[in-house]
Every structure is written in C-alpha cells, then in structure tokens.
Design a protein around this ligand. Structure first.
Ligand SMILES: [Ca+2]
Length: 258
C-alpha cells in the first residue's frame, strides 16, 4: 500500500468515526448482521457493481485491462456469461433495466448498454461525472460518483433528472460507492469502511446504517484494496447479499437491530 493511500484510508476511517460514531448516541438506528449463507466469490474480481436479477448474480469488475461483466449462479462462481471490457476502460457499477444491463466506467464518461440475454452491446451513454455505483428505483437510475451527491438519470437516455446531497446530522457523507435500491431506500457502501448507509431518496438523509465490522475477517482477502463493496438484493425472496473487492466469498446476511 502506498503511503498516500494509507494516509487516505486513515483519513476516511477517522472521518467515518467522526461522522458516523456520534450518531450512535443519538436516535440513529444501527444494524449489525447475521451471516445466513456463505458462497464462493472470485477473489480476482475488483467488485464495483453487484446485482441479483431473475435468479442470477451479475457483477461488474474493475481495473484497467481486467474489467468484466459476468453472470453467475449464487452457488457457482464460474461465469455463465462474461464480457471483457476494452483495456482502456475501468469498469464500475452495473444495473439491470428491463432486458438491458448498464455498466459504468470510472473516469471515461461512457456507460455501456448491453442486452442482458447475451451481453451484446446495444449502445452507449455519456456520463458527465465519474462513475462509481448504479441502482434503479423502477423509474430513475441512481448514480454515485465518489462524492456525497447522488444523481438521478433517465434509464433510457441517461439524461440527468436531478441530484441529492446525502447527509448524516447535517454532514455530507462522501465516498458513496456501490448502490442498491431496497424497499424505497438507497443503500450505499461507503468506500474503505465497513458501513452501508441507508438513504432516504427524497431528502438525502441517512436514517440508519449497517455496521458490517468483522465480515471481512470471515473471508480471504486478495489485496490491500480488498474492501467491502457490493450490495445485491433479491426482491422476490427478500435475500440480501454482500461482498467486497478481492473477497473470496459473498455472504447472504440478515440485519440485526443493535
Ligand atoms: Ca448493487
């Protein structure tokens, strides 16, 4: 780990303690977790997008020259379908919209649109900011870019429809990363922390959060960049899956009120 990166990591952790920890003493709902099932996950994947759709997991993996989009079953990490991104793109968040799947790129301002049935490219969109996480509320795409701002985009054209600052006790929560839309809330991994914040998409307020401290200790970590990132919700069976970059496992978890 480079020196600056370590300093950044410490700064983010301190920030998370400053911003999140005081909320513990207030009327914030904090959730712990219980592991329900453990499944294998490709430790080589730099997980940036994680979606459960129609019985399968779809994952976007990053890094220049290594970025992919894959489809797999819950039990078997061997991809049923895989698409390699061009070497010049760094893959980021993914989201299913109808029979299409979208994959962001980090800093290239391009969004790839694929046919979910065969991963054939159907088109592209322009994204003005960095691409980090992507979710869908059924009407609008929700995009994170590493800041405290979530942006709403038209699912067909990617035209901007609005934005929202995410705050906890008036403090912006930056580094919002992988996203999931669950029961009317936007859930977001906060980069380099063990926290998932649960955001009210109308106000941007973080009304509760999930503390996943200890989960990374239950799997093998493949690099110094192995951090929690990846939330996938099976709406039909109401199952919650989480994983991380360079994690050897993904977990089905249930929340436990603390
Ligand atoms: Ca997700």
């Amino acid at each position: 780990m480079t020196r600056w990166r370590k300093l950044l990591q410490i700064a983010v952790l301190l920030l998370s303690i400053v911003l999140v920890a005081p909320a513990l003493g207030q009327e914030r709902v904090v959730y712990g977790y219980k592991v329900i099932n453990t499944y294998p996950h490709d430790i080589g994947f730099f997980t940036q997008g994680f979606v459960f759709h129609d019985g399968h997991l779809y994952e976007g993996s990053g890094k220049l020259g290594l970025s992919t989009l894959t489809k797999r079953t819950l039990e078997d990490p061997a991809p049923l379908m895989s698409k390699r991104m061009s070497d010049r793109y760094f893959g980021e968040g993914v989201q299913v919209v109808g029979d299409k799947i979208l994959q962001l790129t980090w800093q290239s301002h391009i969004v790839f649109v694929y046919d979910i049935n065969n991963f054939e490219q159907l088109g592209t969109h322009y994204n003005a900011t960095e691409g980090w996480g992507l979710a869908y509320d059924g009407e609008r795409l929700i995009l994170s870019d590493g800041s405290a701002t979530l942006r709403f985009m038209d699912p067909e054209t990617f035209a901007p429809l609005g934005s929202l600052e995410v705050t906890l006790d008036g403090n912006p929560i930056t580094m919002l990363n992988e996203l999931e839309y669950i029961d009317g809330e936007v859930w977001a991994n906060v980069w380099m922390t063990d926290y998932i914040v649960r955001i009210d998409p109308a106000s941007g307020l973080v009304k509760s959060y999930v503390d996943l401290t200890g989960l990374s200790g239950l799997t093998q970590l493949g690099s110094s960049e192995a951090v929690l990132n990846g939330i996938a919700w099976d709406a039909e069976k109401r199952r919650l899956f989480v994983t991380g970059k360079h994690w050897a496992n993904l977990f089905e978890i249930e929340l436990v009120a603390q």
